[in-house]
Design a protein around this ligand. Structure first.
Ligand SMILES: Cc1cc2nc3c(=O)[nH]c(=O)nc-3n(C[C@H](O)[C@H](O)[C@H](O)COP(=O)(O)OP(=O)(O)OC[C@H]3O[C@@H](n4cnc5c(N)ncnc54)[C@H](O)[C@@H]3O)c2cc1C
Length: 412
């Protein structure tokens, strides 16, 4: 039996506490907030999409940074294991569209409560409102923590589960990186991911609130296509958001730090250029004497019409029977490639996940132990790991927590 100290009472830290206490260790959790799992509480819009029930081998395609590092951890504690774990803790679960798994109650608080109750039952000592300032190390081995106020607490094993720096109001404000850097543990540059994007064009704020389903978004670096996907997009007062954009941000966010990128929305991806042109020809014939603005109302959401008219160059009141083929086809081209200039991502305050973090090359992927400092295990978002939405990020927390505790077990 060992004394295990866990820094951070979020998803990864709480799971690690349960796994370690179930294995018979004496566990203490230090959490700087006044309660556990503040970020967990807001996950999945308060419903907590805690894993994804996709096929095991599919899992890795949803991991954006360093999927291979996760092989061992994920196969050690799979998505199925996560579902069984929470069911065992008394949480009934359900699987929704896209294999997203939630508590049946739709309340993230059930996940938090189940972990908390299990921890208490197992005698885990939980120290709230207690910030860890430093990890104590001697001869390259971790042996304790210094808390704010200078108290020192000693243990045999340390698990760093301090989270990333996205949504800092939840407590995950980058402390984990600072603690690691103090120990000369390398941290890869941080950037916000799964985050909305800021757009330059002044017509974007006019579209605020407009949500487009079934559109495709293409992002280019000069002629090179960096991202092309189909889905749902939302205009905001500063730019674009929605599932399609959040996903894009995970792939192009770092590139945006080097400069603006061109993006195009295909508003009618199900139709080819020719099919769409034919559709307009038919619409124009059906309403020969109608004004252009009235004919395209049937084709586009009404909020988009004034912007498209301004960009399209055809006077809005022009009768459709006098519109030239050239004018019409230019308009078709605009529908197939609505232009935007992406300037940057929004900040960490709005990011679902942090990209970058503690360099995984310095971490043993089977045990999550630091290769530099023995008995220090690092888990969850503080590592340079991030995934797309769908429950994958929380699965990273559960799987790395399990691997860390297995690592401790093996050493004893
Ligand atoms: C709005 C939002 C929605 C999300 N929805 C989902 C979802 O539905 N599904 C999904 O898979 N993922 C989701 N995520 C991502 C998911 O929340 C994170 O991947 C996950 O919480 C990471 O777990 P963690 O334990 O590593 O970090 P956290 O959950 O952030 O926990 C870290 C904890 O450490 C504490 N801490 C930090 N520094 C110290 C210190 N020095 N001393 C003491 N304590 C400290 C913090 O207060 C915090 O409680 C969402 C994220 C956000 C922001």
């Amino acid at each position: 039996m060992a004394e295990v100290i866990i820094i951070g009472g979020g998803a990864a830290g709480m799971a690690a506490a349960v796994f370690a206490a179930e294995a018979g260790h004496k566990v203490q959790v230090f959490e700087k907030n006044e309660k556990l799992g503040r970020k967990l509480f807001i996950t999945g819009k308060g419903r907590c999409n805690f894993t994804n029930a996709c096929e095991t081998e599919e899992f890795f395609q949803y991991i954006v940074s360093n999927p291979k590092f996760l092989y061992s951890a994920f196969y050690g504690f799979t998505n199925q294991a996560a579902i069984e774990f929470f069911e065992r803790l008394g949480v009934r679960t359900k699987t929704e569209r896209g294999n997203r798994v939630f508590p049946s109650s739709d309340h993230s608080s059930d996940i938090i409560r189940s972990l908390e109750m299990r921890m208490k039952k197992l005698g885990v000592r939980i120290h709230l409102k207690t910030r860890v300032e430093k990890i104590l190390v001697k001869e390259q081995k971790a042996y304790g923590v210094r808390l704010s106020g200078n108290t020192e607490v000693y243990g045999d094993y340390l698990i760093l589960a301090a989270g990333g720096c996205s949504y800092p109001v939840t407590g995950s404000d980058g402390d984990g990186y600072r603690i690691a850097e103090e120990l000369q543990i390398p941290v890869k540059p941080l950037s916000p991911a799964l985050v909305p994007l800021v757009v330059k064009e002044d017509y974007i704020p006019m579209l605020q609130g407009l949500s487009l389903r079934n559109v495709s978004l293409k992002i280019l670096d000069h002629k090179k296509v960096l991202y092309e996907e189909f889905g749902e997009l939302l205009f905001t007062h500063f730019g674009v958001s929605g599932p399609l954009v959040l996903k894009a941000s995970s792939y192009i966010g770092k590139k945006l730090e080097q400069g603006a990128l061109k993006a195009f929305i295909d508003l009618k991806p199900a139709l080819s250029f020719e099919q769409l042109d034919q559709r307009l020809v038919r619409d124009f014939e059906a309403g020969r004497n109608k004004q252009f603005k009235n004919v395209i109302h049937g084709l586009l959401p009404s909020k988009l019409v004034p912007v498209m008219l301004a960009l399209g160059g055809i006077p809005s009141e022009k009768k459709v029977n006098v519109i030239t083929k050239e004018e019409r086809q230019e308009f078709v081209a605009l529908i197939k490639a609505f232009p935007m200039t992406l300037l940057k991502t929004r900040g960490f305050e709005e990011a679902i996940i942090t990209q970058g973090g503690i360099d995984i090359r310095g971490i043993n992927p089977s045990t999550m132990e630091s290769k530099k400092i023995r008995h220090l295990h690092v888990i969850g978002e503080v590592l340079d790991l991030d995934a797309l939405t769908g429950g994958f990020n929380l699965q990273i927390a559960w799987s790395t927590a399990y691997a860390a505790v297995q690592g401790i077990q093996e050493e004893l």
